[in-house]
Design a protein around this ligand. Sequence first.
Ligand code: FAD
Length: 278
Amino acid sequence: MKIAVRPLAELTTLGVGGPAEVWEVETPADLLEATSAPYRILGNGSNLLVADSGVPERVIKLGGVFSRAELGEPREGDAHVTPWLGAGALLPALVQQARQKGLSGLEPLAGIPASLGGAVRMNAGTRFGEMADALEAVEVFHDGAFHVYHPSELGFGYRRSNLPAGGIVTRLRLRLYKRDPAEIEELLRQVEAARQGQPKRKSAGCAFKNPPDDSAGRLIDQAGFKGLQRGGAMISLEHGNFVINTGGARAADVWELVKTVRQTLPLELELEIWGELP
Ligand SMILES: Cc1cc2nc3c(=O)[nH]c(=O)nc-3n(C[C@H](O)[C@H](O)[C@H](O)COP(=O)(O)OP(=O)(O)OC[C@H]3O[C@@H](n4cnc5c(N)ncnc54)[C@H](O)[C@@H]3O)c2cc1C
């Protein structure tokens, strides 16, 4: 197990956030020790706005046995696989693994820079489908023990789940199907095409949830907020729902932009706040 105080800016895609004690756990024994004091669980940091002052809790990151993910091959006569995968593994690598093996089910999630655990927790998805659709079972560590849940027990909805308090997703079981590789490529092409127009700069993805039957990006564009800047943070010119770090942004800059938008538009946050913001 590695324990070090690190700026969370290094561990989040937006690239902002102050220090925390980061515990990189590699075994179940590490996890027991790491959870013996107040903690937070960090995935790939792609949905987080972390305060400039950091967080006082331990920040647990899954490594070692918790980050292995091998899809395997269907058994003779079977058209599907149901592998158990480590929740610390990264979703984009798994999407590529499935593509190479001609296994279908993850295509709707192509391009989402999540860890598998973070994708379960947020029920990450696109208009083509979401994480919960591919789940067979989820292993969650809480109250000092590992528990296995059926997806129907975890309250999945639009970008949300109802994990037990303090629950850490440690493994998940997917159900993926053998499919004509040409059909998989076509689906991936459509999902990737829908992502065109999203900024390539540092961000935490969509800042706000889409209201029912509308698009937060469209509303922000219409209200004239695109290009608005505070310090090193800017509301992307390419996509109004992305706050980007143009270089040297602080969490306080991003938060200013979020507050400005919300003075006009009653949008619910999609990105998650860690720590105290001004
Ligand atoms: C460029 C870009 C594009 C994006 N596009 C999409 C998209 O199309 N669709 C979409 O849904 N999202 C998108 N996102 C947002 C983000 O990728 C998702 O919300 C993702 O699910 C977050 O996963 P993570 O591992 O990075 O979690 P983190 O950001 O590290 O954490 C998010 C939450 O999950 C919790 N968490 C993390 N790991 C675990 C675990 N093992 N067990 C329990 N809880 C855990 C954290 O405590 C936190 O509450 C995008 C982000 C970026 C930067």
